[in-house]
Design a protein around this ligand. Structure first.
Ligand code: NAD
Length: 344
């Protein structure tokens, strides 16, 4: 029975992994600490580690894990921008969960858009104080409006389905378009200019870092609703604040934030917030921040546990690793998955 060190554990993760671990033949040591160069030592007597989006899996962390005999990391998430793949190559296999429930994230994105448009977050607070005034709560119909979707992979497509159901016109931007009825692919400029709602569903890469910046914000319609459930650094947060203060951006729904690692998933309610940008955003009546929770449905958690443990079982049993990623993988990469269909 192989032993797994599980980092950044939350009670909701544990429930689903505990249900399945015996059937996959694993013992799991759960730790609340995040994985980084200092905590790598906790995996000293393990055969594998399981990590998450805000762990710091840089070159140093990888080297320490490797020196301790770790040869595989199971990421219990889809995104992997926190992994130094060049450092991991030919040392540690990195497996991920490419899709668990694109609907969970797409539904959360639309939920935020509706909440902000119809000011449900403000209405909730008002009626709790018996303030039944409607002043300042006017929204607009989504039906007939244009939504801009940046990144039309699994989540982007699920979000588009919802938007089409709402009777919205869909503009999309993606270097790898997937032609489908009801969706018009356009350049980013046009998407910014014509959309009443913009939702981000592309991964964080060198090309997409700050894809929403002063220039793109300047091109947007006044009052645009901006939703980010993808990765925080897609948006230049300072430019976002300026755009909101200038009434260019009508509302922002942020499930992710550039500097979220230190804060998200923790209860910091008894401390003074040290991040002035995050504090400023949270203070705004037309901004809603959720703590990277768009994935958090029972279906997604069950699927994450199932696929993460299956990935690791495949590794230990010498089977092909369809969910392995390396720095050469991807649409523009050259990885052809070599022997046993593994990256190396
Ligand atoms: P995916 O790989 O299926 O789709 C990503 C799409 O983005 C692809 O179609 C790709 O061509 C496109 N893309 C790549 N570069 C682009 C660019 N420069 N401009 C526009 N589009 C570009 O991934 P997915 O499963 O749909 O997930 C999308 C992102 O959602 C992930 O990378 C992750 O960061 C984020 N995510 C967030 C949560 C959450 O809980 N908030 C959960 C899962 C995933």
């Amino acid at each position: 029975m192989e032993r797994i060190t599980f980092y950044d554990t939350k009670p909701y993760d544990k429930i689903f992994f505990d249900k399945l671990k015996d059937s996959f033949g694993f013992e799991i040591d759960y730790f609340e600490n995040k994985l980084n160069r200092h905590t790598a030592v906790m995996a000293e007597h393990s055969d594998a580690v399981v990590a998450f989006v805000n762990d710091t899996i840089d070159g140093e962390t990888i080297e320490r894990l490797y020196q301790q005999g770790i040869r595989v990391i199971g990421m219990r998430c889809a995104g992997y921008n926190n992994v130094d793949f060049q450092a991991a190559y030919e040392k540690i296999h990195v497996l991920r969960v490419p899709a668990y429930s694109p609907y969970a994230i797409a539904e959360h994105a639309m939920g935020m858009a509706i909440m902000l448009n119809r000011k449900l977050h403000r209405a909730y607070n008002r009626t709790r104080e018996y303030n039944f005034s409607l002043n300042g709560l006017t929204g607009f119909d989504f039906h007939g409006k244009t939504v801009g979707v940046i990144g039309t992979g699994k989540i982007g497509q699920a979000f588009i389905d919802i938007c089409l159901g709402f009777g919205m016109k869909v503009l999309a931007y993606d270097p790898y378009p997937v032609e489908r009825e009801g969706v018009t692919y356009v350049e980013l400029d046009r998407l910014c200019t014509e959309s009443s709602v913009i939702s981000l569903h592309c991964p964080l890469t060198k090309e997409t870092k700050h894809i929403i910046n002063k220039d793109t914000i300047d091109r947007m319609q006044d009052g645009v609703i901006l939703i980010n459930t993808s990765r925080g650094a897609l948006i230049d947060s300072e430019a976002l604040i300026d755009g909101i203060k200038a009434h260019k951006i009508g509302a922002a729904g942020l499930d992710v934030y550039e500097e979220e690692n230190e804060f998200f998933y923790e209860d910091l309610s008894d401390r003074v917030m040290q991040d002035d940008v995050l504090a400023r955003l949270i203070s705004m009546p037309n901004v809603v921040v959720t703590s990277h929770q768009a994935f958090l449905t029972e279906e997604a958690l069950e699927s994450i546990a199932q696929v993460t443990l299956q990935n690791l079982r495949d590794y230990f049993d010498g089977r092909p690793l369809p969910n392995e990623v390396c720095y050469q993988c991807g649409k523009t990469g050259t990885c052809r998955k070599k022997g046993k269909q593994r990256c190396f």
